[in-house]
Design a binder for this molecule. Structure first.
Ligand code: TNX
Length: 539
């Protein structure tokens, strides 16, 4: 695939973007307070669209005496309490109510029940939930904590946007009556952050995780190594992080995660029901490693650190044994740090590796991933080698026409779909977007939403599709405001493609639900792009 490289944008433009969607911190206007007093949000006005909605009864009004009642069978009540504490953390600042979280049964209020055998819940998967609202109670039931957590995200969107503020707001806090029964279309609903081209701190990652959780994203893919920086401490090869992580695009100081930092990211993501998928990109995109250790180069000469944005110039030395000792050490340490099942080995744009070497490399590296108990994920170029049994290929092409991908899917390789002209959050929205690249074209909100993951790859069985992922490459971005400007409003669209049944797919109704998120993002301080395609309410 040919792609054009955008030049690094000057800091002036970056500043413009950071200010473009600046958060409104003012108190809500009288008009918006009156609007929230009018009618509570209809049950189907949420993103992603729920699988089934039956309005009726209610509403429930959260008041000063409301309790959050958590329950679960033996062993699971702790998980229910954690979700209850999380919900209380969202609701307390803006309502000003105490909202005690209690395990005492019976009574009204907001009830979070882990009830695997309850009718209507039994048939749902681990991420499904049922949310029932009448004038006495809001009851969220699920088989597992992930379902309860997703149900809580739906509940947030049923409340006025001012619920998201961190200072006390007027209310009333009314929730429409009825029942939502909901579960995802796909098991893999990912977001990738490239922390190599620019380094992002643990706190910046946590902020993004909180935003991903709003839309029921369940995988956080971290692109931990590339030519410009190695971002994770590896004890057996310490210079990878201390030297290989010491810069970034444009020459800034870079950075890396200690093992304690990484564990904290994993823990925080898990508390928001996201699994971390770490990526070490190989055999190309490895200049930071080749700069850190001379012996990884075929000629034994260390490469200089790199701070530009070209791709395809670096390769691990495929014929040498030390390469596999290195890969084994890195994968062993990373696997030990990572509770999730998946380990991403990259494999894209290996333009400096011969095809024979690429195949030989993947033949040796995939078994190492399996040896440490993980499932290998690779960019879809892996389908040009021999994908291991159970391997997952992440598609980043443009039109789904690659026969080699369809053939691999027919042979059992599962697919994650990230078509670059749809799902790449680093593409510019239009010619005026001050951040991002344009090699896959401009990607406006509608373009990003309006496709079907189930039918995208020509001739691939629909059952091979594991889900979707929205990658955010960071050649041109370095702050949380930049992340948010590119992720919002496109990320919720990809999240909806991953979660909602195909039958709910419709741009004209989606854009209205999406527009309703705008005031919520304002309340959360998310600096989003006000796409002209979306009928945002006036600020
Ligand atoms: C392609 S997608 C890349 C990355 C770049 C990105 C920029 C992929 C697997 N490789 O190296 O950062 O384009 O959009």
């Amino acid at each position: 695939m040919r792609r054009r490289r955008a030049r690094l944008l000057c800091s002036l433009l970056l500043t413009v973007a950071a200010g473009a969607g600046a958060a409104t911190t003012a108190e809500p206007s009288a008009a918006s307070a009156a609007a929230s007093a009018a009618a509570p949000t209809p049950l189907d006005r949420v993103v992603p669209a729920p699988a089934s909605v039956r309005p009726g009864g209610g509403p429930y009004v959260i008041g000063p005496d409301t309790r959050i009642r958590v329950s679960g069978s033996v062993g699971s009540s702790r998980a229910a309490r954690q979700v209850g504490d999380y919900l209380a953390g969202v609701l307390r600042p803006s309502t000003g109510y105490r909202l005690p979280v209690t395990a005492r049964r019976g009574g009204d209020g907001i009830r979070l029940r882990l009830a695997p055998r309850a009718p209507g819940v039994r048939k749902l998967g681990a991420e499904g939930y049922r949310l029932e609202v009448n004038h006495r109670a809001i009851t969220i039931s699920a088989r597992a904590s992930a379902g309860l957590f997703h149900g809580v995200q739906t509940l947030r969107q049923l409340l006025p946007a001012s619920i998201e503020r961190t200072t006390r707001q007027p209310g009333p806090w009314r929730v429409s009556g009825g029942t939502i029964t909901d579960e995802p279309r796909y098991a893999w609903r990912g977001a990738m952050l490239d922390v190599s081209r620019h380094f992002f701190t643990v706190d910046q990652i946590k902020r993004y995780v909180d935003q991903l959780a709003l839309y029921k994203i369940n995988k956080l893919h971290l692109h931990l190594s590339d030519d410009q920086g190695w971002r994770i401490a590896i004890d057996s090869w310490p210079r990878l992080a201390t030297y290989g992580g010491s810069t970034q695009v444009g020459g800034g100081p870079g950075g890396f995660y200690t093992k304690a930092d990484y564990r904290e990211i994993v823990r925080y993501a898990a508390s928001r029901e996201l699994t971390v998928v770490p990526e070490i990109d190989m055999p190309g995109h490895t200049n930071a490693a080749l700069a850190s250790y001379a012996e990884l180069n075929c000629d034994g000469i260390a490469r200089p650190l790199y701070t530009g944005t070209d791709v395809g110039f670096s390769s691990l030395c495929v014929p040498q044994q030390v390469t596999y000792d290195f890969v084994d050490d890195v994968i062993r340490e990373l696997a030990a740090l990572t509770p999730g099942r998946y380990l991403h080995i990259g494999g894209d744009e290996a333009h400096s590796t011969s095809h024979a070497d690429y195949v030989a490399f993947m033949d040796r590296v995939q078994p190492i991933v399996a040896k440490y108990g993980k499932t290998a994920v690779g960019w879809h170029q892996l389908t040009g080698a021999h994908p291991a049994k159970g391997a997952i290929a992440q598609y980043w092409g443009l039109d789904g026409s690659e026969k080699q991908v369809a053939d691999a899917a027919k042979a059992g390789t599962r697919l994650i779909l990230s078509p670059a002209n749809r799902a790449y959050l680093d593409m510019k929205y239009d010619a005026n977007t001050p951040l991002g690249l344009d090699w896959a074209g401009y990607v406006e909100a509608k373009q990003s939403y309006d496709w079907d993951p189930g039918a995208y790859i020509k001739d691939a069985p629909a059952s091979s599709v594991l889900g979707v992922e929205a990658p955010l490459w960071s050649e041109t971005i370095s702050t949380s405001a930049h992340i948010e400007y590119l992720a919002f409003p496109r990320l919720p669209g990809i999240a909806e493609l991953g979660w909602s049944p195909r039958a709910t797919h419709d741009w004209d109704t989606y854009k209205v639900r999406l527009a309703a998120q705008g005031p919520r993002w304002d309340a959360l301080g998310i600096t989003y792009y006000r796409s002209p395609q979306v009928p945002w309410p006036a600020r």
